[in-house]
Design a protein around this ligand. Structure first.
Ligand code: PLP
Length: 624
């Protein structure tokens, strides 16, 4: 059975081999090409990289771009849509140079463009986008420098649209265009009244902070007319929010936008481009539902519904079909990165060894607890649980008042845990689990300590309870016998993962295998390519992980195409304004003083200073 539901959320990119290892199958048309993740890890280790490692599979990124364009093309053909499709990648979703470069390189054949939401992103986009057919969409606040750069890009032939987010931006664009003598391409971002469900949807709806109201759109049209510049208004944009799980919300939004689009054409604007923003969701749990972490539609349906809605709305008014732009970020990059990490240790809940029964000198409370243990059966689980809790609290009180010794309190607690563990184990034999007892399995789950930082690598899991598929990448031919939660190495009580994907909602524990002596146990957090790298922070000074990119060939070989060293300790310290060179010097002085004080020998000084210097050069994560 597919215990981790990989067949569903993996959408064909991931599978389990007969050997029980996770394999990557990057070619949708040829699932026989499969690369074993344990072999990739062996290659990573051979190259001297420590875990955790963020693994990128470039073929998957290419495949996602190709699939999106080919699906839109196929649906446009089927519906006889007269316009074209132009995707753009919003840089904010993964700003890493290698990611954006690969999107620009591979996307060129489809005229896939970029979306920039700030000056820095615009500057990055201009360094990478060479395709003159691709769109460069400029969202976000724009100052004079931003506008000038965009206008120069336009002059050089880049299809650079200024999307007005605020009414006040128009006067700046018009002024700079007059001064520089360059005609801008202008778009307007509208506030929709449609509001969608999901985590990230505050950017849509009437009260959204971005975009123009209907009145403001009319004012923009009037101002452009006054300046004889209405011919520059060619694009309408909206963004309903990210990760929209329900197709109905997407459909209503396109419909509303089409009405505004038609209104602008009626006003005399040339238009030609309809930009639907992001929102195409990723089915993180593979449930195909409208849960926050899923989506109740396929890519085929997404494309078909958009095209159909645009056609039925605009054909009535005989308006030419616009070029459809989408700004899909999450769906483009989520699949192609996996966080690989090893388990360092396990903290287990095990039934403590107990004496046969109470000793004649034992206090009454101990005898009571033993009695609960002896009468416990499937029929009285709740009652025994209640009694055990009661006597345990009582024992603590007695201890506080000096009526129990430390050893007696310890025995009382051992019997208590023995009872609770037996109750928890029996629960699976009950048809109906009482509400009070439902939480027991997770409260008693083992804790697997893992070599990564939630804050650095899976920030959304911490910040907004986002669920990512997490599973062992090997030993899957063996039934996992443990139920666990994960703790990271930040020593922060929030540095944990205790919510896991489940097709019925959320699971509180993850089935895992027993650790084996002298053998690493590796887990993967999948679908982490979108947002996580950028949002990650330096909590406890755990820095960027090593990043390794592979490319898989048609014959199933793979090569390491890019490697980026993770942060060293010196790197993260310098981010918070330490100067590693000075730190080493200060430490050397401290050691020299210790030699003078005869606490250490000069030889020891040598070793101690080298250990400090090695520490500064080392990886911020646990090194074996
Ligand atoms: N476009 C804009 C304006 C956005 O703010 C965002 C992110 O929320 C996106 C596109 C990307 O959305 P998604 O990752 O859901 O495709």
């Amino acid at each position: 059975a597919d215990l981790y539901n990989i067949q569903s959320w993996g959408i064909g990119y991931f599978d389990i081999s007969p050997k029980g290892n996770v394999v990557v199958t990057p070619f949708p048309n040829n699932r026989d090409v499969a690369v074993d993740l344990t072999e990739v890890i062996a290659g990573i280790r051979d190259r001297g990289y420590e875990m955790p490692v963020l693994l990128r599979i470039e073929n998957i990124l290419d495949s996602q771009i190709r699939t999106m364009h080919e699906t839109f093309r196929a649906k446009m053909k089927e519906f006889e849509y007269k316009g074209a499709f132009r995707g753009v990648f919003p840089i904010k979703v993964n700003q890493q140079q290698q990611v954006v470069e690969e999107i620009a390189r591979f996307g060129e054949q489809y005229h896939h463009g970029l979306e920039a939401g700030s000056k820095a992103e615009l500057i990055a986009a201009l360094s990478l986008l060479r395709d003159r057919e691709a769109c460069l969409i400029c969202n976000g606040y724009k100052d004079e420098e931003f506008v000038d750069l965009g206008l120069y890009a336009t002059k050089m032939g880049v299809k650079c649209f200024f999307v007005l987010e605020m009414p006040s931006e128009l006067s700046l664009v018009l002024e700079r265009s007059r001064v520089l003598g360059i005609q801008p391409l202008i778009g307007v971002r509208i506030k929709l009244s449609t509001q969608a469900g999901g985590h990230w949807t505050d950017s849509g709806g009437d009260r959204s902070i971005f975009g123009l109201s209907a009145t403001q759109v009319v004012e923009v049209v009037d101002t452009l007319k006054e300046h004889n510049m209405l011919h520059c208004l060619q694009l309408l944009h909206y963004h309903l929010g990210s990760q929209i799980p329900n197709i109905r919300d997407l459909r209503f939004a396109v419909l509303e936008a089409c009405r505004v689009y038609a209104g602008l054409v009626t006003e005399g604007a040339p238009m030609g481009y309809l930009d639907l923003g992001g929102g195409l969701a990723v089915d993180y749990d593979g449930s195909h539902t409208n849960y926050t972490n899923s989506r109740n539609y396929t890519l085929d349906e997404y494309c078909a519904d958009i095209i159909d809605t645009i056609m039925t709305t605009l054909d009535d008014d005989a308006i030419a079909h616009p070029v459809i732009i989408t700004e899909s970020g999450r769906a483009t990059v989520a699949y192609y990165s996996i966080l690989l990490f090893n388990v360092l240790d396990v903290s287990r809940f095990e039934a403590p060894e107990l004496p046969d029964g109470p000793d004649k000198d034992d206090p009454e409370i101990i005898a009571n607890l033993f009695e609960v243990r002896d009468v416990l059966s499937l029929k009285n689980l709740q009652e025994c649980y209640n009694d055990a809790m009661y006597y345990r609290d009582e024992a603590r009180q007695l201890f506080k008042h000096g009526q129990l010794t430390l050893r007696q309190r310890s025995l009382a607690e051992k019997i208590f845990w023995h009872i609770i563990l037996r109750v928890a184990r029996e629960l699976k034999n009950l048809k109906f689990v009482p509400k009070d007892l439902k939480h027991l399995p997770e409260a008693l789950a083992d804790i697997y300590y893992c070599n990564f930082s939630v804050f650095q690598s899976l920030p959304d899991a911490w910040a907004i309870d986002h669920l990512f598929p997490i599973m062992p990448i090997h030993r899957l031919d063996e039934m996992p016998v443990k139920q666990a939660t994960l703790a990271d190495i930040t020593c922060d009580c929030d540095g944990k993962i205790d919510r896991f994907i489940d097709i019925h909602g959320v699971k509180r524990t993850l089935p895992l295998h027993e650790l084996r002596d002298d053998e690493e146990y590796y887990l993967g957090a999948f679908l982490v390519g979108a947002y996580q790298e950028t949002l990650g922070d330096l909590h406890n000074l755990l820095g960027d992980t090593n990043v390794v990119s592979i490319r898989i060939s048609e014959d199933g070989d793979f090569s390491f195409v890019r490697e980026v060293d993770g942060d060293s300790v010196a790197d993260v310290l310098s981010y918070v304004e330490y100067v590693p060179k000075n730190m080493l010097e200060d430490f050397r002085k401290m050691a020299e003083q210790a030699v003078r004080d005869k606490r250490i020998t000069p030889q020891e000084r040598g070793r101690i200073v080298s250990a400090y210097a090695d520490g500064l050069r080392g990886y911020t994560y646990f090194e074996r």
